[in-house]
Design a binder for this molecule. Structure first.
Ligand code: PGD
Length: 771
């Protein structure tokens, strides 16, 4: 007889069914209107052989001591199991050595990653708090998700406007009520809405989209993938060539300007730089008119369809949405800025259900209301080391210590990192050009990773400490805009010797004379109550105390807002509620950005032709454009061994979708193993032939565990299908330096012969200290 225990995760709240200390099944939360199938991955992942069982140290590091080592990540590497006390002594000694010899800035604790849901056991907060109590660390800033949004929009709509764009977008309810037309670049992908960083009580986006469709909201989806918008929305699919969205947006503005449909009153009152933009769009400043024919030649979309779309956009309430995937590419700032410019030309910014948005269809909480009152949060302290790198520049930092780089108007230098400390992220999933990343991970003297599983990142570490999963510890979860803070009671005992990271850091802090600073004298249980009560005191209205909250299994979040119109106050009165930009207006031309002098991010929305694009010089060698989007089988690389993720694999490998025409000329059939390659690397994948993919485009989602076991035999850089062996490690631009993992030019061929096995789901060779 199994016992249901409620839990929460980045992919929603659900129940795990527990029998004799093991998770044997899952059940959707009855209060979730659209549960995610990703929950089905949990039982396999929870008890998988790749769980890290004991504290381990790489044999070569143990034998040779700290130092650069280009064999980190070698598939035949050996690990040695040590007892907790010994490994903590070793690690504390190493932290002490690095701090003493090089200073705290030599420790990289940027540690990007989603880790797991839960407000207290949040990996990054725990690590940052720990390193801060030791005197600090080099950190990272912004995200792989949307760095271009984070850096660009403070220039365009001010800091508050940029915050609201991400945190307080118009709800799906308001869209259903007010919007006539959504023009969405990158679609509205349902599987992206299954996940929300931090956990989610209920999935609201999918029902929101259905309701909008039912109420007659029309959707035009500009994307290389038909199913980037769910069939029920009956979207018109404009299958643009990837990376040409800015050209399409400029052409839509061209129609508005030339046909007298641009809202000049709005542009005059609420924006600056409209004239600069207009002259550029009309070709007066550069001699190239951005006509629908011009954009049609780049995007492959019929000029008449663009003309018609611009007219329809001007005729009703229109919402322009640019999905985060679109900005996760070279020059990713441009479609965002051009999207805002189009909304401004339509004169609809600040109207209910109209204007500009970035994030519908990108994550599950977007359009679900806001929780401005915040959530219980573990304080991280103030890091005394000011150095922060743009998060996606990690390989550059490790490979080029001391060298300069540009970022958002500043010239900075990369620090000299000697120790990398990672917890709750998988850079060998999330970073681009993994061969280069592997080289970069060879540079530090020591790499430390806390992990639940033997990911590729753990296999690049010298010291690997086993962490408990969310199911093995008490916590509570909610995300931005959520409806309820949910208790997450421990469901099963810790796997083998896995420990809560709080206890690991407390023990390390104890060895380094910082125990009280880290723990403040509290146990985990006391922290949970303390953080909850601290948060509760902020609300005047009666909320249950911690014991009552825990007993009830949750509390509805107070202070939620649902009825806002983005930039509504600014629209109502731009003089009394100006934006926090230099002009107080929407900056369609930014003198600040122009002043940076970046050729890869000029002072107004500009068409810049990316190299990784159909029709580029490079595409003559690598003729197919790979879209490396977010997977629907799992969250990122998490629980890749789970049932739902496995159900999508083809011949054990990640599925790659090809258009029938592209498959036919290459002699590729459904289910074939294929080799996907370019000059950066190659991977094997399983072919799925589908006309949901635009011709010339192939789609291989991220997140298959990186498996370099066949590399030496020349089989492929990754035999399992991780697209980041193919993507370029280059920033969006000098402005944001964001991740550009979405697009890569490749060639695909049938794999001749017997494909090599996928070995990554077998843990690395481990021995005990005495053997
Ligand atoms: P995850 O697989 O979620 O990927 O990159 P991210 O690193 O967040 O990694 C989280 C890790 O945390 C997992 O390995 C998991 O096992 C571990 N973990 C879970 N719980 C715990 C815990 O309690 N303790 C510890 N120590 N570890 C834990 C995601 C990133 O990838 C993101 S956000 C985006 S948007 C990017 N998207 C793309 C893309 O679109 N295209 C490409 N090519 N590349 C991308 N990379 C980026």
């Amino acid at each position: 007889m199994s016992v249901p225990i409620p839990t929460s995760s980045h992919w929603g709240s659900y129940e795990v069914l527990v029998q004799q200390g093991r998770v044997v099944g899952v059940r959707p939360d009855p209060n979730d209107p659209a549960p995610s199938p990703i929950i089905e991955n949990t039982p396999d992942a929870q008890h998988h052989p790749t769980r890290v069982a004991c504290p381990t140290v790489r044999r070569r590091w143990l034998d040779n001591g700290p130092g650069a080592d280009d064999r980190r990540g070698a598939p035949d590497d050996e690990y040695v199991e040590l007892c907790w006390e010994s490994v903590l002594d070793v690690l504390a000694g190493e932290l002490e050595r690095v701090r003493g010899d090089y200073g705290n800035a030599a420790i990289y604790g940027g540690s990007y990653g989603w880790g797991s849901a839960g407000r207290f056991h949040h990996c990054q907060s725990q690590l940052h708090r720990f390193l801060t109590t030791l005197g600090g660390y080099t950190g990272s800033r912004d995200t792989y998700s949307h760095a271009a949004v984070e850096v660009l929009f403070p220039h365009v709509v001010g800091a508050r406007g940029a915050h609201d764009l991400l945190r307080r977008p118009v709800t799906w309810g308001a869209i259903a009520e007010h919007t006539d037309l959504i023009i969405t670049f990158g679609g509205l992908r349902v599987s992206n809405t299954w996940t929300v960083s931090g956990g989610r009580a209920a999935h609201i986006a999918e029902p929101g989209m259905r309701e909008a469709a039912r109420r007659g909201v029309r959707v035009v989806s500009i994307s290389p993938l038909r199913d980037d918008t769910m069939a029920e929305m009956k979207a018109e699919w404009l299958a643009a060539s990837p990376g040409t969205d800015t050209a399409v947006l400029l052409a839509l503005m061209h129609v508005l300007f030339t046909e007298g449909r641009a809202d000049t009153e709005f542009l005059e009152r609420y924006t600056v730089g409209a004239d600069v933009l207009r002259r550029y769009v009309l070709g007066e400043s550069d001699g190239v008119a951005k006509t629908p024919e011009w954009a049609g030649a780049l995007s492959g979309l019929p000029a008449e369809a663009l003309r018609d779309l611009a007219r329809r956009a001007a005729a009703g309430r229109t919402l322009v949405n640019v999905g985060w995937s679109v900005q996760r590419a070279r020059y990713g700032e441009q479609p965002l800025w051009a999207g805002m410019a189009l909304a401004a030309c339509l004169g609809q910014v600040g109207l209910p259900g109209g204007g500009f948005a970035t994030g519908y269809g990108s994550m599950g909480n977007y359009g679900g209301g806001a929780t401005p009152g915040g959530l219980p949060t573990l304080p991280q302290g103030i890091n005394p080391i000011p150095t922060k790198i743009p998060v996606a520049r990690v390989s550059d930092m490790l490979l080029h210590p001391g060298e300069p780089f540009d970022f958002n108007g500043r010239r900075q230098r990369y620090p000299d990192i000697r120790l990398v400390y990672w917890s709750g992220g998988n850079p060998f999933h999330h970073h681009q050009d993994l061969t280069r990343l592997s080289r970069a991970f060879g540079r530090p003297e020591t790499v430390v990773v806390h992990e639940t599983h033997w990911t590729a990142t753990a296999r690049h570490a010298d010291i690997v400490l086993p962490a408990t999963t969310t199911l093995e510890r008490d916590d509570y979860a909610a995300s931005q805009g959520d409806v309820r803070l949910r208790a997450m009671p421990r469901a099963v005992p810790p796997h083998a010797e896995a420990r809560d990271e709080y206890d690991t850091f407390a023990a390390l802090a104890g060895r380094l004379g910082a125990e009280l600073a880290f723990t403040e004298g509290r146990t985990s249980a006391q922290w949970l109550a303390h953080l909850y009560e601290k948060w509760r005191r902020r609300w005047r209205q009666a909320l249950p105390n911690f014991a009552e909250f825990w007993e009830a299994g949750g509390v509805d979040l107070p202070g939620r807002t649902e009825d806002e119109t983005l930039l509504g106050a600014f629209r109502a009165d731009p003089d009394s509620a100006p934006l926090q930009t230099p002009s107080g207006r929407i900056e369609l031309y930014s003198a600040t950005i122009d002043g940076f002098g970046y050729s890869d991010c000029p002072g107004h929305p500009t068409w810049l032709a990316p190299q990784e694009r159909l029709g580029s010089q490079r595409s003559q060698t690598w003729p197919l454009l790979l879209v490396a989007n977010q997977p629907s089988g799992r969250l990122h690389s998490q629980q890749d061994m789970g049932a739902h993720s496995r159900s999508q694999k083809v011949a054990e490998r990640a599925p790659i979708r090809l258009h029938p025409d592209d498959a036919a000329v290459r002699g590729i059939g459904d289910g074939d193993v294929v080799r996907v390659a370019n000059d950066r690397g190659s991977c094997l994948a399983g072919a799925v032939i589908s006309d949901d993919v635009r011709p010339g485009v192939v789609q291989l989602s991220t997140g298959a565990w990186y498996d370099p076991s066949g590399a030496q035999a020349g089989e492929a850089t990754c035999v399992h299908g991780n697209p980041n062996v193919l993507t370029a490690d280059v920033g969006t631009s000098s402005l944001s330096q964001g991740c550009t993992g979405q697009h890569a030019l490749v060639e695909v061929e049938r794999y001749a012969g017997e494909p090599p096995p996928v070995r990554v789901f077998t843990p690395p060779r481990t021995t005990t200290a005495s053997s």
